[in-house]
Design a protein around this ligand. Structure first.
Ligand code: ADP
Ligand code: CA
Length: 445
């Protein structure tokens, strides 16, 4: 359940209706296209794709493990199981035989395989499966980048079920331990010595034990820590060509030991030559993985005059941050993803201003009592929306174990510096009241 405050007092639902009313017909007056969204049941991304499809005049079919379509008036449903990939692909192919799909998109990392295989079976543009795997798995990604001759930190995969002593000998410090395929910096820890590495590994082991895919539960990656500023680039690939939608600065230093995301500000304030180098590096990384189609979210560190890839995911930016793109690109990110998948012109129309988000840091562990100062924060100049995504009474789990966001603050202004200071002021207004979570003693039976 999300609580949303808008500065202008409008409700989110109103915006949905407004958007639905604005449906633009497909180019050339053709029949409205049929688009398949392969989505996890209850994915927070689904409503955004529904709005985008409505805005484009497309009919959305949602393939998911849910038995019913989310909003039957807007989207049809196709029931599939993600752990039965061949059957899921067969169902999609059978549905396409009744009426062809004009595009297939995946909502999240975990739905990419089904979407990719289905697109391949139907002869539609898609990424090679190996590219999708490299984009999801950090060890495969590092192998692909190194094989392509791109700069990568020294890295090693540790098998947690085997004796660690020989596996960690000769490592350079500081280094970073990370799960093979998690997100939102969950389980990512900087360690400065072998003692610290040994102390932290059980903590990461407990986190990766929860990995959805079984062969990601007993291994972790360890790689050299790269000091330097961090940026993120949101892009769309079409036929191997990268269209950059936005470059985000992350103005808060991310030096560890944990790496909580906070500020994302676009456009970047870095010099154009550095930005060009970073974009070129992302293009090379996509080619190294074999990615050619669809959204990419790249994160990199600027270190020793080079842009070093931290990761390139074959999906859109996470959390609710996708909304920022409507400032950078003039259209919602999901609309752009659908346009790309449909082979339509992207028609990017940047607004020219600056925008940013603060992913509200989780200040500690415990039960969320309340968030004070919301009204004051949302009334600050430049602040558009403040969203608290954890309900009162729920448990807050900070990094490295937790991986969900407490909430988001969105801002826009003329310059990135104004956006950043609006977000920092908004953060200063907030007082997050947390009660310690007490263990519950069960009475003896
Ligand atoms: P996730 O997929 O969970 O987001 P990332 O690989 O992106 O994991 O790592 C999360 C964060 O950890 C990065 O945004 C960065 O700040 C930090 N980080 C990861 N690897 C390194 C590294 N080799 N050097 C420095 N910082 C790193
Ligand atoms: Ca990341």
């Amino acid at each position: 359940m999300w609580c949303l405050w808008r500065r202008d007092g409008r409700r989110r639902g109103l915006r949905l209706n407004l958007k639905l009313g604005l449906s633009s017909a497909p180019p050339g007056g053709k029949k409205s296209p049929r688009v398949l969204l392969v989505a996890l049941h209850q994915s927070y991304r689904v409503p955004a794709y529904q709005m985008a499809a409505a805005a484009l005049g497309a009919r959305l079919v949602i393939a998911s493990q849910g038995h019913h379509s989310v909003i039957p008036a807007i989207a049809d449903g196709l029931h599939i199981e993600f752990d039965k990939v061949p059957e899921a692909v067969e169902r999609i192919v059978a549905s396409a035989a009744r009426e062809p799909f004009d595009a297939i998109v995946a909502s999240d990392d975990l739905t990419l395989e089904v979407a990719t295989r289905a697109a391949a079976a139907l002869g539609m543009p898609h990424n090679p499966l190996s590219a999708v795997c490299a984009a999801r798995r950090k060890d495969l990604a590092r192998d692909a980048l190194r094989a392509a001759g791109l700069p990568v930190p020294r890295f090693r995969c540790l098998n947690l079920t085997q004796d660690l002593t020989p596996q960690i000998s000769g490592l350079d410090y500081p280094c970073v331990i990370k799960p093979l395929a998690m997100a939102a910096s969950r389980g990512v820890i900087r360690v400065d010595s072998s003692d610290e590495l040994r102390r932290m590994l059980p903590r990461v082991a407990a986190i990766v034990a929860e990995a959805v895919v079984s062969d990601e539960r007993d291994r972790v990656l360890v790689e050299s820590f790269l000091p330097g500023a961090e940026i993120a680039i949101e892009g769309l690939l079409r036929g191997g060509r990268l269209h950059v939608l936005a470059v985000f600065d992350k103005p808060e230093p991310l030096d560890g030991p944990f790496f909580e995301e906070s500020y994302y500000i676009t456009p970047s304030r870095l010099p154009p030559a550095i930005l060009d180098g970073a974009i070129e590096r992302l293009t090379q990384a996509c080619a190294a993985y074999g990615l050619r189609e669809g959204p990419v979210h790249g994160e990199m560190r600027l270190h020793e005059g080079e842009a070093w890839i931290l990761e390139v995911a074959a999906r859109t930016i996470g959390g609710d941050c996708a909304r920022l793109l409507s400032f950078g690109a003039g259209r919602s990110l999901e609309e752009l993803v659908l346009r790309q998948a449909l082979g339509w012109p992207l028609d990017l129309d940047p607004s020219g201003g600056a925008a940013g988000v603060l992913m509200i840091p989780t200040p500690g562990a415990g039960t969320l009592r309340r968030v004070e100062g919301v009204l004051a924060a949302q009334q600050l100049p430049g602040i558009d929306e403040l969203l608290i995504s954890v309900r009162e009474g729920y448990e807050l789990v900070p990094l490295p174990e937790g991986g969900s966001y407490l909430g988001f603050v969105f801002a826009h202004a003329d310059t990135p510096a104004e956006v950043e200071s609006a977000l920092r002021d908004a953060h200063d207004c907030l007082n997050i009241v947390i009660a310690p979570s007490l263990p519950v003693a069960m009475p003896a039976a």
